[in-house]
Write a protein that binds this ligand. Sequence first.
Ligand SMILES: [Zn+2]
Length: 47
Amino acid sequence: MLEPVGGCKSCGRRIYCRDGFFDGVKQDGEIYCFSCVESMDEKDVKE
Ligand SMILES: [Zn+2]
């Protein structure tokens, strides 16, 4: 089952919920895809 949850706040890519597994990351109330979160983790090192 594939449910669209929303778009990545950063790149706009659509993020789905696969069989109840959220295919992205929720951060500060926004949704991001994994690749954006990874690049953010590298650059943005604010606690
Ligand atoms: Zn993204």
